[in-house]
Design a protein around this ligand. Structure first.
Ligand SMILES: C[S@@+](CC[C@H](N)C(=O)[O-])C[C@H]1O[C@@H](n2cnc3c(N)ncnc32)[C@H](O)[C@@H]1O
Length: 346
């Protein structure tokens, strides 16, 4: 990847020169809705105001049970999520933020000392690089426990390359957890090429079905939706151009596991031990799997693997193996499961 790809240069200009804070955004797409979870609110209290003012995320891609993990934030911007994550991975974990825009990285790096002093440790590293080629930021194969990203992947002109890179750098059993802008259809070429629409995270929005096909093509057969919310654009000019297109912010989780493309029934059950610190009473694997502490729940083979071959393994007891197959399992709407999201994806 070089600096001369026009659309990447336009994105760099947008985030490096046009936007100085979230007040400069022309739509509400790169904004979040509602109050953060209490543990994130507490962590945010320790983040520098300038970093928070340059937050352009559309969700909260911060999963539970991060203690001691190595986390990579793609398109980290001014570092707001990295500084939250640095507290959640604790001193023995670490966070790397990658971004291609020097002006964003300059803000992130300028406040490293402030956060080191505030927290009493330093475990964040900001690197210049491209998410299409994470070797530009020196990210090795199978080196990351968790990859997160907040409102960035839509901006890439080469999304297949980005997802291949993510699965290259994840460890086996590692997790991709990201929030991004999705659309209920492919974006027409004139809108996709418009620098403002692109910069505002609308022009490059992922069409849900193409995203599902893309993940399947790189071997990820079952990703799960955590949250979705319809986006308000709040700009009459832009709304008149995007017309009936529905945009959503969706938070997705996908594991680097060898999963099946349908949910299959092996007669397995999972019991949550109640040991994830942020979730003593119930653990949400996705928007339709809620595990109450101590209560056995029947699960498909993919869900059993997500709970037993990842960092969640110590928190679950899995009853049964895969030696006997009982047919298809009615698992609900996962994106690789044939039961697609409603057409408008919200
Ligand atoms: C919408 S902002 C989000 C920033 C940050 N995640 C946040 O929540 O504040 C998008 C960021 O992604 C970066 N970015 C976009 N495309 C990129 C690419 N191909 N490689 C690296 N960084 C990229 C931009 O420089 C910008 O900082």
């Amino acid at each position: 990847m070089n600096d001369h790809v026009p659309s990447l240069d336009a994105i760099k200009r947008y985030y490096g020169e046009v936007l100085k804070s979230s007040a400069d955004l022309q739509t509400s797409a790169c904004c979040i809705d509602g109050a953060p979870a209490p543990h994130i609110r507490t962590a945010l209290d320790h983040v520098h105001d300038e970093v928070k003012a340059r937050f352009y995320g559309c969700g909260s891609p911060i999963p539970f049970a991060l203690g001691g993990t190595k986390v990579l934030d793609l398109g980290c911007g001014a570092g707001r999520d990295c500084y939250v994550l640095s507290q959640l991975v604790e001193p023995d974990g670490s966070v790397i933020g990658v971004d291609m825009t020097e002006a964003q990285l300059e803000v992130a790096r300028r406040h490293l000392g402030f956060h080191r002093e505030k927290l009493g440790y330093a475990n964040v590293d900001f690197r210049k690089g491209y998410i299409e080629d994470l070797r530009t930021a020196d990210i090795a194969d199978a080196s990351m426990d968790v990859v997160v990203s907040n409102c960035v992947l839509n901006l890439s002109p080469d999304k297949p390359r980005v997802f291949r890179e993510i699965f290259r750098v994840l460890k086996p059993g590692g997790e991709l957890y990201f929030s991004d802008v999705f659309a209920d259809r492919r974006i027409p070429a004139d809108l996709a090429a418009d620098p403002v629409l692109r910069g505002e995270c609308l022009g490059g929005a992922l069409y849900w079905e193409d995203f599902r096909r893309l993940l399947a093509s790189i071997g990820c057969a079952d990703a799960r939706v955590m949250e979705r919310r319809r986006l308000a654009i709040n700009n009459p000019d832009i709304e008149s151009r995007t017309g009936a297109i529905v945009f959503c912010s969706v938070t997705v989780r996908a594991f680097k596991l060898d999963l099946e493309d349908r949910c299959e029934d092996y007669g397995q059950a999972a019991i949550y031990r109640g040991t994830v610190a942020e979730a003593p009473h119930a653990f949400m694997l996705d928007d339709h799997h809620r595990f109450e502490t101590g209560k056995a729940m029947t699960v498909c083979g993919n869900t059993a693997d997500m709970l037993s071959q990842t960092r969640f393994a110590p928190h679950f007891e899995i009853v049964g193996g895969k030696s006997v197959h009982y047919g298809l399992f009615d698992c609900g709407p996962s994106i690789g499961n044939g039961d697609e999201l409603p057409a408008n994806c919200c």
